[in-house]
Ligand binder design. Structure first.
Ligand SMILES: [Zn+2]
Length: 253
């Protein structure tokens, strides 16, 4: 079964620091391949709570070096290799998160099958899953990419942190699209807001839009209210992810 399990739905500094929501990113199981995507702080704890067998991980994917996206990348990587016992799996991360500021401790580089630097607009493979990286996102100083994963007959997109820009909707054409939803209103921060996501959903027209990586303002509004806004404005099925939520991807098509 292709599924996604949200190990955490929190984003931004305040939500992460206080763990108002967990910040473990999500597990993607597709084509019998298991990946940990943006494992922020709490990923390993939440994975254990959700009874995810991390021995079966095939990859750890990091969209950028900010801690809410990679705080638990080391422990997930070590878990993937059973403490170095099995030399397997691939860590994918932007060059900045590998060479400038290695978010993966050097001793782990020998444990994994490969550390793969990702670049914009390229194709990669993790286990049985082909995926593509987006153009460079506009996310301040952080080199940031999102991903499109190719299921058997559908595409799942994950739009990580970015400021809105028009070209996003072209790359992120997909059947299921996951949005990092930090802001309610457009602000100076390099993050998407609800009106930005509304514009993107209107153009992308996925079967299902999923909101996650919530900032404080979205929490104050209520994550289900945020999803309602997008649904009412666009007519597209929109789900607010919850910590520990597991979704069968085929049911969202
Ligand atoms: Zn960020």
């Amino acid at each position: 079964m292709d599924r996604i399990v949200f190990l955490g739905t929190g984003g931004s500094r305040r939500v992460m620091a206080r763990q108002i929501l967990s910040t473990g990113g999500f597990i993607l199981e597709m084509n019998d391949t298991m990946m940990s995507i943006d494992p922020g702080p709490g990923a390993i704890v939440r994975a254990a709570q959700e009874e995810i067998n991390v021995d079966y991980l095939d990859g750890v994917l990091i969209s950028h070096r900010h801690l809410d996206h990679c705080g638990d990348a080391n422990v997930m990587t070590e878990a993937m290799t059973c403490g170095g016992y099995w030399k397997k799996g691939v860590v994918f991360a932007p060059g900045q998160a590998i060479y400038e500021d290695s978010v993966i401790l050097k001793y782990l580089w020998d444990y994994v099958g490969k550390v793969q630097v990702i670049e914009e607009g390229k194709a990669y493979r993790c286990g049985n899953v082909d995926f593509e990286t987006s153009m460079a996102h506009m996310h301040g100083e952080a080199e940031t990419y999102g991903f499109i994963f190719r299921g058997e007959d559908y595409k799942l997109a994950y739009m990580s942190d970015t400021r809105y820009f028009e070209e996003l909707s072209k790359f992120y054409s997909s059947d299921i699209c996951i949005f990092s939803t930090v802001l309610v209103e457009p602000g100076r921060a390099y993050h998407l807001s609800l009106p930005d996501i509304e514009k993107l959903v209107e153009v992308i027209k996925p079967s299902t839009a999923i909101l996650t990586h919530f900032g404080m303002y979205v929490l104050d509004l209520g994550v289900d209210n945020a999803a309602d806004r997008i649904r009412q404005a666009t007519g597209i099925n929109t789900i607010a992810a919850k910590d520990g939520m597991s979704l069968n991807l085929r049911e969202l098509l």
